[in-house]
Structure formats: C-alpha cells, structure tokens
Design a protein around this ligand. Structure first.
Ligand code: PMT
Length: 396
C-alpha cells in the first residue's frame, strides 16, 4: 500500500531518466508523497523542472544549498523517506554508494539513510556485467539494498542485451512489495485463479468469463505480505504476479491434479478460480465440420468439484471458497460454504456493475462458518484481497 508513504526518488545520469517522471506520476496516483533528488549528470538528461512539476515538490540537486529553516538537507531528506529508490541507477552511483563516496547530494542522502533502499540499474550490458559493477552490486545487496533486475532489449547504445531499466509500473510494484508488512511470512498459500477450458474439438471449447484478476490479486498480496505462494491458473490474458511457484493448467481435471500435488504442503487454499463444472463427454480428435457432422447438441458430463473434494479431506488447512452467483448470492453462498466444508466463502453477484468477472473492482460479502455475513462495498480487487487475507490471518 503506497498511500501516504514518503518516497524519495534518486535520479542519476542515464538515458533511462526519461522514465523517471512516469514513475513519479504512477507513485502519486497511488497516493504516495514523492520528493526527488537528482545528480548533476541526471540534469543533462531531464530537467529538475519536469521532476518538480510531476512530484509537486521542490527538486534537490545541490549539496551546498543555502539552508532553509536551518535544516541540514541531506539529513532531513534521509529521515523523511520511508524508502529511497534510485531509478535509474548508473554504474557510477552504484560504485560510489558501495564504496562510501559522498560527492553529491544523492550519495550523501544515501549514506545518511536508515530506510529501505532500492536501486533500479540501467546501463550498457558490458558495464552491467563488468567485474567491478557485479562486485559493487553484491556489496550493496549484502548491506540490504534491493537491486532490481534489468530487462534484455536493444539498448540506447544499439547493443542488444541486459541492462534496460525496468518499466515504471514494474518498479512501483517492487516499491509496494518492499513497503508491505510481512505479516503472513512462514505461511504457505495455494491459490487458484482464472477459468478452466474444456475442449469440444481442437478448435472449440467451453469456458467462462473469468479473467484471473481476483485470484491474481490474492496471490500478489499474499506474496507481498511475505507468504510462500503457489498460484494455479487456468488460461488468462493477464501477466501472472510474481509467486514462488506458478502452475499453468487448462481443464478442471488439470486444476484438480495441480491442487492435489500441492495441497498437503499448504496452510491455506483459496479457490478463486472459476472451474468449468461440465465438459463434453467426447472430445473430437479433428475439427467438427459445420456442414457435415455438426451436432445438434453436445453431451456433457460433470467435472469434479475441487473445493468439495479437498473440503472433505482437509486436515489443518484453512479453505476459502468463492461463489459467483447471479441471484440470491447469500443463500447460495451459505449452501456452498456448508456443502464444501469451507472456513469462509466470498460471495459475488456477477451481474452487479463493477463486480465479478473481468473488472478491476468487486462487490463481495464474506460469510464465515458461523454464518456471520460481512457486506462489503465496491472496492479494488487488490483491497478485497487484503481484507480476505486479514480474515484468513485471524484464523491461524
Ligand atoms: O477472474 P475474475 O475475472 O477476476 O473474476 C473473479 C471471479 C468472479 C471468477 C471470482 O470472484 C469468483 O467468484 N470465483 C469463483 C467462481 C465459481 O466457480 O463459483 P462457483 O459458485 O461455481 O463455485 C464455488 C466454489 O467452488 C469456488 O470457490 C470454485 O473455485 C469452486 N469450484 C467450482 C467448481 C468446480 N468444479 N470445482 C471447484 O472447486
């Protein structure tokens, strides 16, 4: 959660500095307070005025400014920050900080800081892989600095390889994770997400509208909060979050097998997926020709109810189910909670505006084993994920 967090962005002199204003903008949209320190070389690539406008705060460049309010600038900035993020971080600034050199305001602030620090390197591949830079990055890692990966691409120097700074939204996610309290560490979460797909023939299939967003939000937040996360996902069009293990599945039977392989090791199973309840009894090996052998109907058979199966055999595991309904969601949700022996069920009416499939928000009610119902307002799936995780945490 970045809201109201104080983020000090250090910008150093590399071409990737053109992405720094976008990072500031993204952080402010999340409600963070951002102040910027630029090295003199960074000012050759972008202007302090740009960063001032984007951050809505004065930009700091010089070490020897006239003191305002008799504040010692590098100390007050270091104390203000919940986290310092250097993006882009050049080989030069990495080397200076690794070796305790303070010859500009940014390196001085870094030395004076006791907060978390993230570096997002950006440089030519050979510089990145040079012995000196690798040693300097190792030194910083040993001191607790988080050094982000770089992407592989055509670089500004026309070389192809690693060294491209991560995109602003990727850096934002790393900051968010670093600032999140690790209150679920030591717990193992198994989370299912997305739809499953049941083939009719090599071309056609039966599925549903699940995008994976709800399950991915749960996996992402559980990981941010320090849990060990295994995510089992049906086919989706969105990028899965970073987890300890990711298992990609297609059919409900595949999802069942994947849950079975991971269930005994988990403390919590959250079933946010929308597995297909039925599959065609026969799957045609070749494409069904529409004019020749098109069937008038497709005979279906039932798939295994994964939640029910594990609800019946669970031992120590906490199990959270979801119910996607179009009417009477509380009534049906309560029945599913009991039938599947769940500890909690999250009910969403998929017909409500801003709820259920595909949207970034959801409107849910949480029902516990005692039948208590918590009616929640419309909120971001990420926020709902945190509420569900808080409820799970209370059950440990
Ligand atoms: O992915 P999004 O686009 O973000 O949408 C989110 C969502 C609507 C998919 C999600 O919020 C949700 O409601 N997921 C459950 C969908 C569903 O399958 O509901 P259900 O009422 O049919 O099933 C009840 C529970 O049993 C669910 O936990 C489901 O995962 C589980 N189930 C269902 C069928 C089956 N064969 N095996 C199961 O384990």
């Amino acid at each position: 959660m970045l809201k109201d967090k104080n983020i000090l962005l250090g910008v150093t002199g590399g071409i990737a500095a053109y992405k720094s204003p976008a990072l500031v903008s993204a952080l402010r949209k999340e409600g963070a307070n951002v102040k910027v320190v630029m090295t003199p070389s960074a000012c050759e690539f972008i202007t302090p005025l740009t960063m001032q406008t984007m951050s809505n705060n004065p930009v700091h460049v010089e070490t020897f400014n006239q003191l305002s309010n008799m504040d010692v600038e590098h100390i007050s900035l270091a104390k203000w920050a919940d986290i310092i993020v250097v993006a882009p971080a050049t080989a030069n600034t990495i080397a200076k900080f690794a070796n305790g050199i303070c010859d500009n305001l940014l390196t001085t602030v870094l030395m004076a800081s006791r907060s978390k620090i993230i570096f997002a390197p950006a440089m030519n591949t050979y510089m990145l892989k040079s012995d000196a830079n690798i040693k300097n990055m190792e030194t910083l890692k040993e001191r607790g600095v988080k050094i982000l990966a770089t992407a592989s691409d055509i670089l500004a120097c026309n070389d192809i390889g690693e060294g491209k700074m991560l995109e602003p939204l990727e850096i934002l996610e790393e900051i968010d994770e670093a600032l999140t309290q690790k209150d679920l560490s030591g717990k193992r979460f198994l989370i299912t997400a997305g739809p499953t797909v049941e083939s009719i023939d090599p071309v056609r299939y039966i599925s549903n509208h699940s995008s994976g967003k709800m399950g991915y939000a749960l996996a992402k937040m559980a990981k941010y909060r320090g849990a060990e996360v295994t995510l089992i996902s049906g086919p989706t069009n969105i990028k899965p979050p970073k987890t300890d293990k990711f298992v990609s599945v297609t059919s409900t039977q595949d999802m069942f097998e994947a849950v079975k392989n991971n269930f005994s090791d988990c403390d919590v199973l959250i079933k946010a997926a929308a597995p297909a309840d039925f599959r065609p009894k026969v799957r045609a090996e070749e494409k069904i020709k529409k004019d020749k052998d098109a069937p008038n109907s497709i005979e279906l058979e039932g798939n295994i109810d994964i939640a029910k199966y594990f609800g019946e055999i669970k031992d120590k595991q906490i199990m959270v189910g979801f119910a996607a309904e179009s009417i009477d969601e509380i009534k049906y949700g309560m029945a599913k909670l009991k039938k599947k022996n769940l500890d909690m069920i999250v009910v969403n009416n998929i017909k409500a505006q801003g709820a259920g499939f595909k949207s970034d928000t959801n409107i849910a009610s949480i029902i516990d084993r005692e039948g208590n119902i918590d009616y929640l307002k419309k909120m971001d799936k990420k926020d709902l994920a945190n509420i569900i995780l808080n409820r799970v945490k209370n059950l440990f």
